[in-house]
Design a protein around this ligand. Structure first.
Ligand SMILES: NC(=O)c1ccc[n+]([C@@H]2O[C@H](COP(=O)([O-])OP(=O)(O)OC[C@H]3O[C@@H](n4cnc5c(N)ncnc54)[C@H](O)[C@@H]3O)[C@@H](O)[C@H]2O)c1
Length: 330
């Protein structure tokens, strides 16, 4: 028996991130997982049986289910726009994985359709809910490192993702448009708007870059560097963040690095002549996914704007598009 006081949830795409979406929705007292969808019928049925949910191989059939108020999308990037538009047309509230869409044009279509249908669209920028990032922002905003001057965001993955993620036509690019997306929204969250970019990579967007160095100029005057590559030692995953200010430096040892077991020890440190090991709330990468999902559900339940809006998602896609335009590749 479903609980009518709760929002019905349908999860579309039950692969790596879809399983964490299920965990996130299951942790909310305001919703209930009622349906799942994946083109892999066995995966859909096995997942549905764990939650007492309906199983669909067609996402269109899930969208026709009147028991569903919220859908989440954890699909290959090329499908985001199509499924978002179909979900909006069906009157569902939608939480979509990063990146919102493949292009700014697609983002605009989604934003317009959602406004016309009066539907909430949120984007899963989960690392905004990672406690060391939240604490780092508090420290930056309170002036504890003085004026931020330079930020470095490192992404070093020990081996290329497989499957659809190797195809730039499905991913929308290479490492920058995949795991790289988190660096861009974390950079904007911590130091604000970016006005200028420069970039070098081993390949163009269409060729799917494996290695890239991106320079950022923030509106505040601070500079930033995003370095991303798939050629780190096999099995490693490094995503640390460093912000140098006029009075001190902050180090976040890495959200996914911690989850992957690659980095241990203090998660957030500050140096201003002596070392400070900053206290942060509990919660790892997986908890950041769950917290982000709960925040979206609460916003829908209260009729409020999504914690990360489609416009936020668009700004990140636009920023990465400007990086691709700036790339000089051999
Ligand atoms: N927030 C994060 O940290 C994070 C981590 C991993 C992936 N992601 C994002 O999640 C999304 C999915 O990535 P993933 O790694 O989970 O991929 P995945 O390949 O593990 O899973 C995708 C699933 O979608 C299913 N699928 C494909 N076409 C479908 C269709 N038409 N209808 C229903 N199901 C279909 C596949 O069978 C597969 O089970 C991407 O946007 C990716 O960028 C985010």
């Amino acid at each position: 028996m479903s609980d009518d006081s709760k929002l019905g949830v349908g999860v579309i795409g039950l692969g790596e991130i879809g399983q964490f979406h299920l965990r996130g929705f299951a942790s909310s007292s305001e919703c209930e997982i009622r349906a799942v969808s994946d083109i892999d019928a066995a995966l859909a049925e096995e997942t549905a049986s764990r939650f007492g949910a309906s199983s669909y191989t067609s996402y269109q059939d899930l969208l026709s289910d009147p028991a569903i108020a919220i859908v989440s999308i954890g699909l290959p990037h090329r499908l985001h726009c199509e499924v978002l538009l179909a979900a909006i047309a069906a009157g569902k509230q939608v939480l979509c994985e990063k990146p919102l869409c493949m292009t700014v044009g697609e983002c605009d279509e989604v934003i317009d359709a959602a406004a016309r249908a009066n539907v909430t669209v949120g984007v899963q920028h989960n690392q905004l809910f990672y406690p060391p990032h939240v604490r780092a922002k508090e420290l930056v905003d309170s002036g504890s490192i003085g004026r931020p001057v330079l930020m470095r965001l490192r992404l070093a993955i020990g081996g290329k993702f497989r499957g659809w993620r190797t195809d730039p036509a499905v991913t929308g690019g290479g490492i920058l448009f995949d795991a790289g997306v988190h660096r861009f929204y974390v950079a904007r969250y911590l130091l604000g708007e970016v006005d200028e970019v420069m970039a070098m990579a081993d390949n163009t967007r269409l060729g799917g870059e494996d290695v890239a160095v991106v320079g950022l100029r923030f509106r505040s005057g601070a500079l930033g560097v995003i370095e991303a590559n798939y050629h780190a030692p096999p099995g490693s995953f490094d995503d640390n963040v460093e912000i140098c200010g006029t009075e001190g430096t902050l180090y976040v040892s890495g959200c996914e690095a911690e989850f992957e077991g690659f980095r241990t020890g203090p998660r957030l440190t500050r140096f201003d002549g002596s070392w400070h090991y900053e206290k942060t709330a509990q919660g790892d990468w997986a908890d950041s996914v769950a917290a982000s999902i709960r925040a979206f559900v609460t916003a829908v339940a209260r009729g409020e704007e999504a914690p990360v809006t489609a416009k936020d998602g668009r700004q990140v896609v636009q920023l990465i598009e400007s990086v691709y335009d700036a790339i000089s590749a051999p």
